[in-house]
Design a protein around this ligand. Sequence first.
Ligand code: NAD
Ligand code: DAU
Length: 350
Amino acid sequence: MKTILITGGAGFIGSHVVRLFVNKYPDYKIINLDKLTYAGNLENIRDIEKKPNYEFVKGDIVDEAFVSELFKKYNFSGVIHLAAESHVDRSISNPTEFIFTNIIGTVNLLNAARAKWSENFNDKLFYHISTDEVYGSLGEEGLFTESSPYDPRSPYSASKASSDHLVRAWYHTFKLPVVLSNCSNNYGPNQFPEKLIPLAINNIKNMKQVPVYGKGENIRDWLFVEDHARAIDQIFHRGKAGETYNIGGINEWKNIDLIQLLCKIMDEKLKRNPGTSASLISFVKDRAGHDLRYAIDSSKLQKELSWAPSLQFEEGLAKTVDWYLENEAWMNNVMTGDYEKYYEKQYIKR
Ligand code: NAD
Ligand code: DAU
């Protein structure tokens, strides 16, 4: 039985990856390591917690001694590393936490894997999950490819870029078998309601204002979270060591157009008069250093590993709205932390 460590498996993307691996690979033992920060929630994986091939470990990747002990205790043959501080706005108000978790935490895992595996790197893999934000901001034209130069511009993306470089350094210097992927914006069930789509769904539902930064002209390339999890499965099993794969939705949306579409879906689902939800749109102070446009060229992944996004955006968004409307208890649960206070501080009306 292979034992695989998945970090950050109680978070948004991690929970979908854990579920996919636990269900699809009954012969693997999946160890989910998570600190359970405000973004980590065991509710996200309730449905699989009693499966015999699953175990949860609460812990902090920044704690070097703990990480080292964990690698001594379990015989991991693979690591899928998702644990991170993930929200750009939080990285602007508190960058230091991002340096600790995203950089030091990653180095602790690399060191522990290297120490444990140094006798024999065969059949071992350290898979680092990263973001398209490391490439910086695009103008109107062009797409990020795997060879686009790094140009991170927020504390979050700089910390992720740093971790990407360190992972590659462990490959080149110490021969640790690694693989990386850089993905565009994910959406879907279980995303913490600080990110644009769940925040807007929740506010529209409660007839609260929907904050749109600046003029809403920034563009993101949206991918349904289960499609990302499928890509991670492909790359983990079939990706080449030392390689990087870009993952994207081929699905660019201006923020304001996305919010308008969401408002239309919400009016229909909540049986409100057309235009009711859109009346909540409120243009607020722009994010500092707000990247204009992200868009991914995922042709390498499509050609080499036969992956493609499966859902049309309208379908994925409707599915996502249904999930949030049906899971009110989840929303109340995740919002009982410091979220409301944070929200009040963050959005200053223009
Ligand atoms: P998330 O914030 O929803 O979840 C992060 C998880 O990591 C949480 O469960 C949290 O408890 C855990 N965590 C945080 N600090 C930790 C620590 N010190 N030790 C152990 N666990 C810790 O994030 P997400 O959106 O699911 O993103 C997961 C990964 O995917 C991140 O590495 C992120 O950079 C990357 N990514 C995210 C997106 C996106 O659109 N959300 C896109 C591309 C890449
Ligand atoms: O591109 C991948 C990245 O996508 C991931 O690496 C990050 O972890 C993830 O958080 C996400 O980053 P973004 O900053 O793009 O996502 P967010 O949902 O915060 O914002 C999406 C866009 O919407 C962005 O242009 C900012 C804008 N926005 C966001 C919020 C929260 C608003 O206009 N209003 C808001 O209230």
